[in-house]
Design a protein around this ligand. Structure first.
Ligand code: 4AD
Ligand code: MG
Length: 431
């Protein structure tokens, strides 16, 4: 009977077959160890001269790193072995002898590893990151399901600019002119909110960002809820609640993977409500006080400013009410300060910075038209969006959570390129 390594505990002292790949092998005198991985875990197989059948010992001799095989034996608990089980081998069937594997236990440069990303995914750290990513996605979907949100999938090929004209990927679209790859699903999620009350979309988004930072991809996944009748404060409450839920979920489900990543778990345990809320005005003052940043009032924060700011707190913070001039056209004008908009960013601690951008939306059609014109966006492409302000316009708010930045923060990894299976950046389209 074949089984997965993660289920070995259900099959101790009975014969099973594991199908997988050679992670490592070594010999010490009469005993030979074969570390096998099958995607769900690692198990140590033991071969002993004199006890193990000769043909198995011979096959062992031919195995190279990442050769594929089927191993039959009886698993037993062995606390000292990686994965906690050990298996004596009675049968070993080779599926393929692998060619010399390019990734070895010695150090490789990041560029080499990224060029071999299709293989690098098999390494224990990368494997752990992807499993945490899987749990984060499950947590987000479960959170919205439990809270009565409807999933509304939004298009990737679009005719209007969602965020800003500067970072668009365009492609020719038959006789209809230019199509753009979606920078956000938000505008469509707003239509969804007017139909269903609370919705979210979750899909890939695209930005032709000419930034080579540890926080920028050209293709990333974004989860965007939108709620009718929510204002900016409700919006921040929702963000806080979601992030606490996701972190709790990961702490519960992903401990072994977080340990593989040597993540400081105590830092994640501090992620509890309430998150400090700091106005843009206060944030600039704080940055100017510590003197490490050259931020001028009115400017958007750079990555370094966010790093300095988040290091002042032990949990995520929410910076709200930014200057209108540095934010997107759809954000609601502040009722008392017409230089500000009712928006917020959530900045993750430990220097990670922005993981969420959100806002209350402008519901006044006249103000919205004025902003579209100011941003020199083609008004005719926004007819359908302006309709939402004509037929029962209500206050509403939403936000976008960047999945890869969230994964990078929760896993404690330095660069966002390792938070996605196959990263797309300015300099990478392959593999
Ligand atoms: O702040 P952003 O640009 O907000 C929006 O797109 C809104 N339309 C969302 C909304 O209100 N529905 O992006 C939201 C989040 C950022 O906080 C960040 O986590 C992530 O998306 N993000 C990126 N992640 C990786 N690479 C990039 N180039 C990113 N740009 C934004
Ligand atoms: Mg933003």
């Amino acid at each position: 009977m074949s089984c997965y390594i993660e289920n070995l505990g259900d099959h101790t002292d009975q014969e099973v077959t594991i199908r997988g790949w050679v992670y490592n092998k070594r010999s010490s005198g009469k005993i030979k160890f074969l570390l096998l991985r099958d995607g769900t875990g690692l198990v140590q197989c033991v071969l002993v001269k004199g006890e193990t059948p000769d043909e198995v010992l011979e096959a062992f001799g031919n195995l190279t790193q990442e050769s594929s095989l089927k191993v039959t034996g009886v698993p037993r608990v062995e606390k000292r072995a990686p994965g906690g089980y050990e298996m004596s081998v009675s049968k070993l069937e080779i599926v393929q002898i692998a060619e010399e594997y390019p990734i070895t236990p010695k150090e490789h440069g990041v560029d080499f590893l990224m060029n071999h990303r299709h293989l690098w995914l098999r390494s224990s750290q990368q494997h752990a990151i992807m499993r945490v990513r899987n749990e984060i996605v499950m947590a987000i979907r479960q959170y919205f399901y439990e809270n009565g949100f409807v999933l509304v999938d939004t298009p990737i090929l679009t005719g209007s600019v969602g965020e800003s004209g500067q970072t668009l990927f365009a492609t020719k679209y038959f006789d209809l002119g230019q199509a753009y790859l979606a920078q956000t699903g938000q505008l469509y999620a707003e239509a969804g909110a007017m139909a269903f009350g609370k919705v979210y979309c979750f899909g890939p988004t695209f930005r032709a960002e000419k930034s080579k930072t540890r926080r920028h991809l050209t293709e990333f996944w974004m989860m965007e809820p939108e709620v009718a009748f929510n204002d900016s404060d409700d919006n921040m409450d929702l963000q806080e609640d979601l992030i606490c839920y996701v972190v709790r979920w990961v702490l519960e489900k992903s401990r072994p993977d977080l340990e593989t990543l040597e993540r400081d778990i105590s830092k994640l345990e501090q992620v509890v409500k309430p998150f400090p809320r700091v106005s843009y005005d206060e944030a600039v003052k704080k940055l100017q006080e510590v003197g490490e940043s050259d931020i001028q009032y009115g400017a958007d924060f750079g990555g370094d400013d966010e790093t300095i700011l988040t290091k002042m707190y032990d949990r995520p913070i929410m910076v709200y009410d930014y200057p209108r001039a540095v934010k997107a056209f759809y954000m609601k004008q502040h009722p008392e300060r017409d230089d500000l908009v009712r928006c917020n960013d959530m900045l993750a601690p430990e220097g990670y910075g922005e993981i969420i951008g959100g806002s209350q939306r402008e519901e006044d059609p006249e103000k919205l038209i004025q902003r579209i014109k100011e941003e020199k966006l083609p008004l005719e492409a926004y007819g359908w969006y302006l309709d939402l302000r004509k037929f029962g316009s209500v206050p509403h708010a939403g936000f976008g959570l960047g999945l890869e930045r969230t994964v990078a923060w929760i896993c404690g990894i330095h660069h966002i390129r390792e938070a996605v299976p196959f990263a797309r950046t300015m300099g990478r389209l392959n593999p």
